[in-house]
Design a protein around this ligand. Structure first.
Ligand SMILES: Nc1nc2c(c(=O)[nH]1)N[C@H]1C(S)=C(S)[C@@H](COP(=O)(O)O)O[C@H]1N2
Ligand SMILES: [Mo]
Length: 404
């Protein structure tokens, strides 16, 4: 059942589905901590209403459905500040009106011995855990592909390190008497399908391999506050180690299934296939994230840097495996030096911060980072594919700096 994209040959692969425009919806009711964090110095905003509370200067607005964090705005701490976290919508963010009373929202659990529905209020009383994960869009790094795949031209910022609180899916399975026989996938369904739209074309429903349920949770909180609407209120499936799309927002069904969902977002979108071809189930889907890192500071916007001690920082994560090492090159990948991990280790699904201090003489330098995890290292070049998914090549993510 493993559908490892990493086993795919690294060569040209095509182009596919248009995204459904996320329409601005009524504004989210925000936790007061977010509202209070609003800075008056922020520029006038072109953020859509549902994301108005994001810090304008920290993000790049590609569209109403794609908002990216600036390379130097994921924060110098480990956890990404919530006002800086990227947004990716296949469907419009649900409004307060559509969501209704959050405690009464229900999640149907199927494919278990005793299927039943739970309200969010019940879920909160039945289990509890906290997990830190990297939430990353499959297309993060798409902006580096030369064939200009359709979709948001993300560079590094369709990713965040998030601390989630919710109920372990394994607890729910126990409460429901165990798994039904013959199930092979964990399938999550979003409640954001607008009325009248064809589910086979627009429903956000994703299947992941069954074993993912052991790490998964249904989260009602992120980074210490209730899930804002734009991030999937009132409850979201979190699949640690798996790409963003598998972390279904506004979850209203959790099903253990014998087959993968047959909707477009499973069958043809999010497939990794050669440039010029069409997506279909014969190609790998965006599941486990491969090892990746990037330098956050200095970066291409840093201007002239004073010669002498230069502090290089960044983030690295291993997808399903703890990141074990990060090396840095200043000379287009000829020589590499090990960086040091700093800050708390929040487990294998979180990212780690790294730092390397170098004594740099005046000149121009290419700074690249290369992480290793689970016996694999980041490749030098991207794996070409139609939609520009899974980019973890170190070369494209390198930065050029001027030291004077
Ligand atoms: N229900 C639902 N879940 C969803 C989506 C969506 O449009 N609807 N977008 C997915 C995609 S492609 C990504 S990358 C992440 C983005 O999460 P964020 O907007 O909270 O950053 O959510 C995923 N889950
Ligand atoms: Mo995504």
């Amino acid at each position: 059942m493993k559908n490892k994209v990493s086993n795919y040959s690294r060569r040209n692969f095509l182009a596919g589905s248009a995204t459904i425009a996320g329409l601005a919806a009524a504004s989210a009711v925000l936790p007061t901590s977010i509202a209070q964090a609003n800075h008056t110095d922020d520029k006038p905003t072109d953020l859509p209403d549902f994301a108005k509370w994001k810090k304008r200067s920290a993000v790049i607005v590609h569209s109403k459905s794609g908002i990216e964090t600036h390379r130097n705005e994921i924060g110098s701490g480990l956890i990404t500040p919530i006002r800086h976290i990227y947004v990716r919508n296949n469907l419009p963010t649900m409004t307060d009106e559509q969501i209704g009373k959050k405690d009464n929202w229900t999640v149907n659990v199927e494919g278990v011995k005793n299927p039943r529905a739970f309200t969010v209020k019940q879920l909160k009383s039945l289990g509890f855990t906290t997990v830190a994960t990297v939430l990353q869009c499959s297309g993060n790094g798409r902006g580096y592909f030369k064939h200009k795949p359709s979709g948001s031209q993300w560079k590094t910022g369709a990713a965040a390190c998030v601390v989630w609180t919710g109920i372990p899916v394994a607890d729910l399975v126990n409460i429901c008497g165990g798994l039904a026989s013959g199930v092979k996938f964990l399938t999550g369904t979003g409640g954001d399908l607008p009325k009248g739209q064809d589910p086979s074309k627009a429903l956000v429903e994703r299947s992941v391999p069954l074993e993912a349920y052991k790490d998964a949770l249904l989260a009602w909180e992120m980074n210490g506050v209730d899930l804002p609407n734009v991030h999937g209120a009132p409850i979201r499936l979190v699949t640690p180690g798996y790409f963003g799309i598998n972390n279904v927002k506004h979850l209203n069904k959790l099903a253990f299934t014998k087959a993968e969902s047959g909707v477009r977002f499973m069958k043809s979108s999010y497939r990794v296939y050669p440039i010029g071809k069409k997506g279909s189930p014969e190609y790998p889907t965006c599941w486990e994230m491969p090892v990746k890192s990037w330098i956050t500071s200095p970066n291409d916007d840093s201007g002239k840097i004073a010669a002498g001690n230069v502090v290089i920082t960044g983030v690295a994560f291993g997808g399903m495996d703890a990141v074990s090492r990060v090396e840095i090159s200043t000379d287009f990948g000829k020589n590499w030096k090990s960086a040091k991990f700093v800050g708390p280790d929040l487990g294998k699904f979180a990212w780690r911060q790294f730092v390397l201090e170098l004594d740099l003489k005046p000149g121009t330098y290419n700074l690249a980072s290369r992480a290793s995890a689970g016996g694999k290292s980041q490749p030098e070049v991207r794996m070409e594919n139609h939609r520009g998914y899974l980019h973890n090549g170190w070369k494209d993510h390198s930065v050029t700096i001027d030291v004077a």
